[in-house]
Design a protein around this ligand. Structure first.
Ligand SMILES: Cc1cc2nc3c(=O)[nH]c(=O)nc-3n(C[C@H](O)[C@H](O)[C@H](O)COP(=O)(O)OP(=O)(O)OC[C@H]3O[C@@H](n4cnc5c(N)ncnc54)[C@H](O)[C@@H]3O)c2cc1C
Length: 593
């Protein structure tokens, strides 16, 4: 019932054929990365995900976390699983080598992280937030801060959190009010943070909170926010744990999903001020957060891929087992998977997942190239692609996950609506992914404002040129026939980019009203391009003796998506360029008259 089988074959295929594993392995610093090594890592990770994390997913959802007098207890088995996770070195794979990490490229870490998220999303948030906190300290902290905090975080003994949100400061972090008052070499932090993932827990000896706060003389708005390290237990100079800091978990939220992930209301400084140290320079906290945003958003987009995969595996297994009626065009006694409509739903789930995974891995590979390539032009081009695509990875993959998890329930019929089956948990868990780390609207605003309008559409046009080059190469082949379906959506994508560039400066409210439609148009279009890349690679491999069923399936997913999913780009295009007046000119006050 709770099984998860990591789709290692699909993952390796996408790593190689879309993510650019060869190129990433050839980048300076990645000398040890080889296909065999990556396959071995995925094999081991797949075992841990399937054997240890996945069986805890449903019981953890049912039991949830408990908070009593500031002490949080996670569901049965989570502490032991976390200890094993750390002992096996999984916290370290993407962590900096200097402090005990393995420093593996983003591309290699991505499928591993997908496995944790698919097996047990609530659990996976703990190492994900810890990695985010480690990266913040590594990129912006002093050498002394790195030496004091990172080794224990890499080893998993200490976990990390991101304390950004406050009741009045969610999407708009300029409204942060938490205060930091200088006190000798340190700062006294006071204020309330809400929704802090794994803000308090029983799996770690210490929790390293990264907290956004304002200094007394800070300018208002985004330019007056600083970043602080505020540990649960103060850390002595020799790394040993000192006194308990002045911070407490006031309560945990009762949520729709991810019940095994404690989401804490954190109260800092009730007894005079929690002691914290400044990271980097004063008033640059939000800027520092922005430097890590691409990784964080890639990771949440990946949650969309992962939950979708889990929901799909469950739906497929049920549909191949359940017999109900005689499927038209199949043999009597065949299971519901052979009903044309159930087949449609399974194909819909699977083909979208293949497109989403390809998009996420492609972005991860480009991140590595941008970070490590010594060819400045190549690195610049890769960074432009990453910046353009990250809001699409985050926004489109998570919105699609909600759709896919919901389809998973539909495949189960009534059993999908029943909690015991487990399909409903995937929809409940998926639902947060479109909200945290910037809602879909925030991603879409980023796409149209910062990523398309600001450079006059240059990055988007470069992407279009890349896709057109592939289409020219495929002309006349079997993939070329499939690629025909991309011609109109790609043209419309280009026209929508031009419309945004023309409109944004004079009427940003119009492009904002069209932004989510633009995000979907981008996701649907780029997703199909990357499915075609997979189809082309699969056909090439067929000539080299690849399993014909594997090739057949890849072609079938591209074919279904091109015929049934991609056409949804058309109404998105119409919404982008034509529909926003109906939104911008409407006054919501009319709704309450
Ligand atoms: C389970 C969970 C875990 C979380 N974990 C963390 C964490 O670890 N650390 C942390 O700091 N925070 C965390 N958060 C907070 C999360 O990042 C915020 O909830 C999120 O950023 C949205 O902010 P908000 O809830 O205040 O909603 P609001 O900002 O009030 O948004 C409400 C609605 O208005 C829309 N909206 C707001 N501004 C705009 C705009 N400019 N343009 C268009 N639409 C807009 C939004 O899209 C949304 O539909 C978590 C939240 C949850 C629920």
């Amino acid at each position: 019932m709770t099984a998860y089988n990591a789709p290692i074959r699909d993952m390796l295929f996408v790593l190689r054929e879309v993510g650019g594993l060869d190129r990433v392995a050839a980048l300076p610093g990645n000398e040890e990365v080889s296909e065999d090594l990556v396959a071995a890592i995925l094999e081991e990770a797949g075992k841990f995900a399937g054997d240890v994390l996945a069986p805890l997913n449903q019981p953890g959802d049912q039991q949830g976390c408990v908070c009593k007098d500031g002490v949080v207890t996670t569901p049965d088995g989570v502490r032991q699983a976390y200890a094993a996770f750390s002992e096996n070195g999984w916290n370290a794979i993407a962590a900096p080598q200097e402090f005990g990490g393995q420093g593996l490229p983003a591309l290699v870490a991505t499928p591993v992280q997908e496995m944790w998220k698919a097996a047990n999303m609530a659990f996976s948030l703990c190492p994900m937030l810890t990695l985010g906190a480690m990266n913040a300290i590594d990129h912006h902290g002093s050498q002394a801060q790195k030496a004091l905090y990172l080794p224990n975080m890499v080893a998993g003994r200490w976990t990390g959190t991101m304390n950004l949100t406050e009741p009045q400061a969610g999407s708009d972090l300029a409204a942060v009010r938490t205060r930091a008052v200088p006190d000798g070499d340190a700062y006294r932090i006071s204020g309330t943070k809400i929704f802090i993932t794994w803000g308090e827990n029983d799996v770690a000896e210490n929790i390293i909170h990264l907290v956004l706060a304002r200094l007394p003389d800070a300018p208002p708005g985004v330019k007056g926010i600083s970043l602080f390290i505020v540990p649960k237990f103060l850390v002595n100079a020799d790394g040993s744990l000192g006194a308990r800091n002045d911070l407490v978990c006031a309560s945990i939220e009762h949520k729709l999903g991810i019940h095994a992930s404690p989401t804490a209301v954190m109260s800092f400084g009730e007894k005079g001020g929690a002691i914290g140290c400044l990271v980097g320079e004063a008033n640059r906290g939000l800027e520092y957060m922005f430097t890590m945003m691409n990784h964080a958003r890639l990771n949440v987009g990946l949650e969309g891929v992962a939950i979708s995969e889990r929901a799909y595996q469950k739906a497929l297994s049920y549909a191949m087992d359940r017999v109900q009626g005689a499927p038209l065009g199949a043999r009597a006694g065949d299971p519901i998977a052979y009903h044309p409509d159930v087949k449609r739903m399974l194909l819909d789930m699977k083909s979208r997942i293949e497109a989403m995974r390809a998009l996420a891995y492609f972005a991860a590979g480009q991140m590595d190239v941008a970070h490590l390539s010594r060819d400045a032009a190549e690195a610049r081009a890769a960074q432009a692609l990453v910046d353009l695509l990250i809001p699409v990875v985050k926004g489109w993959c998570t919105e699609s996950a909600v759709w896919i998890a919901s389809t998973g329930i539909q495949v189960h019929g009534g059993m999908g609506f029943v909690e015991e089956t487990g399909a409903a948990q995937h929809l409940r868990d998926a639902r947060i992914t479109t909200i945290y780390e910037g809602t879909t609207a925030i991603q879409a605003n980023d796409l149209v404002g910062r990523k398309i309008a600001r450079d006059g559409g240059a990055a988007a046009q470069a992407l279009i040129a890349l896709i057109e080059a592939d289409m020219r190469n495929w002309a006349g082949s079997d993939v070329g026939a499939l690629a025909k379906a991309l011609e109109t959506p790609l043209r419309h994508f280009g026209e929508a980019v031009e419309w945004i560039v023309r409109t944004h400066k004079a009427a940003p409210e119009k492009t904002a009203a069209s932004a989510v439609a633009m995000l979907h148009l981008a996701g649907l279009t780029v997703g199909y391009w990357l499915l075609l890349r997979q189809a082309a690679a699969a056909l090439k491999r067929k000539e080299a003796g690849e399993d014909p069923d594997f090739v057949k399936a890849k072609l079938a997913y591209a074919s279904y998506y091109g015929a049934q999913v991609l056409p949804q780009a058309e109404p998105c295009f119409v919404s982008v360029v034509g529909g926003s007046g109906a939104i911008t000119e409407f006054d919501p006050a009319l709704m309450i008259r």
